[in-house]
Design a protein around this ligand. Structure first.
Ligand code: ADP
Ligand code: ADP
Length: 226
């Protein structure tokens, strides 16, 4: 089964004046893929990512995540499904500034049933080691460089072992060297953990290194190169 199925998704904004951000999007992503989502500004990339991320609902169409049809699910069910299946990385890392790197990585699993704090911490330590920040675990987020903060954000996105990670311009705010590092880390987690990635990017150097490039123009998929 595909990890993600998007079928006939339309998203309209506005009441009196309706504008259509997504105009019939169909997409399937298989487990283990590493896909880039590209397209001009305003073409609907963030809208699609938010709908796939179950943060926003389509006007029409359906989204099936990890075999579960999300149509008609209530907020609590969407939150549970999101917690179980999705990790998020943003352009601006959204770390809690006064918390340490370790605390930021542990946070998503906070209060999870069946995820005792010792296991949570062990996992977070392991992930911070994997992103090369073993010696920065107890630094506050504000004491880290932009590239280091984004590496913490990647570790955080993986803390609950989600099958699918959605990344919205994860390197958009980084210099060339940090971008390359952050991208290489995502690739490594894709290879080693089998985590599926869907990455919105404007950076052609990143897109050209992805096996699959999905291009969206005016709310429709204009090309899909596998
Ligand atoms: P991209 O991420 O490719 O830049 P977006 O998904 O942000 O594109 O936007 C797609 C279209 O939907 C744009 O025309 C944008 O102005 C519109 N849009 C996005 N979010 C909203 C919103 N909350 N309300 C109204 N229009 C929106
Ligand atoms: P919980 O409180 O059980 O963690 P949430 O819905 O708050 O459930 O969060 C589930 C996951 O979805 C978290 O990893 C969080 O980072 C992400 N998330 C939730 N809401 C948003 C949002 N508005 N924007 C971005 N990510 C979100």
């Amino acid at each position: 089964d595909p990890l993600l199925v998007v079928e006939g998704v339309v998203k309209e904004y506005g009441q009196a004046v309706v504008s259509r951000a997504l105009d019939g999007v169909d997409l399937r992503i298989e487990k283990g893929e590493f896909a880039a989502l590209i397209g001009p500004s305003g073409s609907g990339k963030s809208t699609l990512l938010n709908i796939i991320g179950l943060l926003d609902r389509p006007t029409r169409g359906r989204v099936v995540v990890d075999g579960k049809d999300t149509t008609g699910l209530d907020e609590a069910s969407l939150t549970r499904l999101r917690a179980r299946t999705l990790g998020f990385v943003f352009q601006f890392h959204h770390l809690l500034p006064m918390f340490t790197a370790l605390e930021n990585v542990m946070l998503p699993a906070w209060g999870d049933e069946g995820f005792p704090s010792s296991a949570m911490k062990e996992r977070a330590v392991e992930l911070l080691g994997a992103v090369g920040l073993a010696d920065r675990m107890n630094f506050r987020a504000t004491a880290l460089s932009g590239g280091q903060q984004q590496r913490v954000a990647i570790a955080r996105a993986l803390s609950r072992r989600p099958p699918l990670v959605l990344a919205d311009e994860p390197t958009g705010n980084l210099d060339t060297e940090s971008s390359a590092e952050v991208f290489a880390l995502m690739r490594r987690f894709n290879r080693e953990l089998g985590t599926t990635f869907l990455v919105v990017t404007h950076d052609p150097r990143i897109a050209e290194q992805c096996e699959r490039v999905i291009e969206i123009v005016d709310g429709r998929i204009a090309s899909d190169r596998a």
